[in-house]
Write a protein that binds this ligand. Structure first.
Ligand code: ADP
Ligand code: MG
Length: 393
């Protein structure tokens, strides 16, 4: 896939460029936790500023669902952006103000405060289009969303003869992930975990078409184990997805894709760092306990499964890594990836936070800023934010 990039943008000196950014950072008690995504925007923002553009930066933050949520205002993130860019940044407290201040970098308020964003509303996109002479999408984490700032807005821009291109981050993600999509060094192993079970179950099905083995941990594993008749106690399970699980596992079997599930788990009565823990079989978790991390036998087995891999894609922590008693599985898998000779790609906000905290981020060949986006891209789907900047020349 070739996309139009900043190289195709033309002269932007004195022009106002709408920069769709991914400033959707993790917030803990109102403080910006991991600023990877802000840092990732810097090359594009700097280049545009050096080329003389003025920037209208826009992003979503969290899931406010179309209303103003005080804790999800972008001002705090804009301040972090200012530090990274070493320039002043003006954060606005409205998504679509009547006029923009005449500053070099302004940040609009959280796009998702307006219901028009997630609805891909054309009128809302029209209001955003008023601000810009050109459009740049560098929000890789949102390219899989058919939302107004990702889909309707660039469409309007193109329809009115204005440019719409991808930024440097999107360009790099597409080129690196494209390698896993087109011709991955084999064996290609995907490790999936985390808590967004529904989101990721669909991914399992399509990934079985592409990978040689699947390694599954985190909360997601319990829906698979339960679907196969295992007793998972009070662990997180989405019982309405058992049919999808059966279908995905059947495809895996047909294709000869090995599926590695946990055999033992660290369990506790609650998600609490001071709760007593015990290691129990993954398919015989006592009623009163929840599986909160993969156990030591599973860590060893997963390590073995990764031996000799040509490429590894990892998305989603193996346990509740935020709490030390349940952090070891995620750390061990990160170490195994870092030690591997394989081409290693990790994505997902929490996965990145985990490896950064443990000082293991440098062990990966590529850290994707898009969790859901990178997975959907690797499913081979046509993503709205990329389709619109596709080079059809
Ligand atoms: P990512 O952001 O990397 O895509 P997710 O958002 O899907 O990952 O999931 C991350 C969350 O999953 C973390 O907050 C972690 O505590 C949680 N999690 C992982 N394993 C379990 C488990 N066994 N039970 C409950 N929560 C879990
Ligand atoms: Mg997450």
């Amino acid at each position: 896939m070739t996309i139009r990039t900043l190289d195709a943008l033309g002269d932007v000196a004195g022009a106002r460029v709408f920069l769709r950014a991914d400033l959707n950072v993790p917030l803990r008690d109102g403080v910006v936790g991991d600023d990877t995504r802000v840092a990732a925007l810097v090359p594009t923002a700097r280049e545009l500023l050096e080329r003389g553009a003025r920037l209208v930066v826009a992003s979503h933050l969290g899931r406010p669902k179309g209303t103003v949520v005080e804790d999800l205002r972008l001002a705090r993130v804009a301040a972090v952006l200012a530090e990274h860019l070493e320039t002043s940044v003006t954060a606005l407290d409205e998504v679509t103000p009547d006029t923009l201040p005449d500053e070099r970098v302004v940040v609009l308020e959280n796009l998702r405060f307006d219901p028009g964003e997630e609805a891909n509303d054309v009128a809302f996109a029209g209001a955003l289009a008023e601000y810009a002479d050109a459009y740049v999408d560098d929000a890789f984490g949102a390219v899989h969303r058919a939302h107004a700032s990702v889909a309707a807005l660039p469409e309007l821009m193109l329809a009115s003869g204005r440019a719409a291109v991808a930024g440097r981050l999107v360009e790099r993600e597409v080129s690196v992930l494209g390698r896993l999509l087109v011709d991955p060094p084999r064996p290609f192993i995907a490790i999936l975990g985390g808590a967004k079970v529904s989101d990721k179950l669909g991914v399992i099905a399509s990934l079985t078409e592409r990978v040689d083995a699947l390694v599954i941990g985190g909360a997601m594993a319990f829906t698979l184990i339960a679907a196969e008749g295992g007793k998972v106690g009070a662990s997180l399970v989405e019982a309405d997805r058992f049919d999808d699980v059966h279908r995905a596992l059947a495809t895996a079997r047909e294709r000869g894709v090995a599926v590695h599930l946990p055999t033992d788990v660290v369990a506790a009565p609650a998600i609490d760092a001071s709760a007593p823990t015990e290691v129990v079989p993954a398919d015989a978790v006592p009623e009163s306990l929840m599986g909160l991390d993969i156990g030591p036998s599973t860590i060893a087995a997963f390590g073995e499964a990764l031996t000799g891999a040509g490429s590894i894609l990892w998305n989603g922590p193996m346990g509740v890594f935020e709490l030390e008693p349940f952090a070891e599985g995620t750390r061990a898998v990160a170490r195994a990836c870092a030690a591997s000779d394989a081409f290693t790609v990790v994505g997902g906000g929490d996965s990145l936070a985990a490896i950064t905290r443990d000082g293991l981020a440098g062990g990966f060949d590529h850290r994707s800023t898009g969790g859901g986006a990178s997975l959907e891209f690797l499913e081979g789907r046509r993503l709205p934010g990329l389709a619109i900047v596709e080079d059809d020349a």
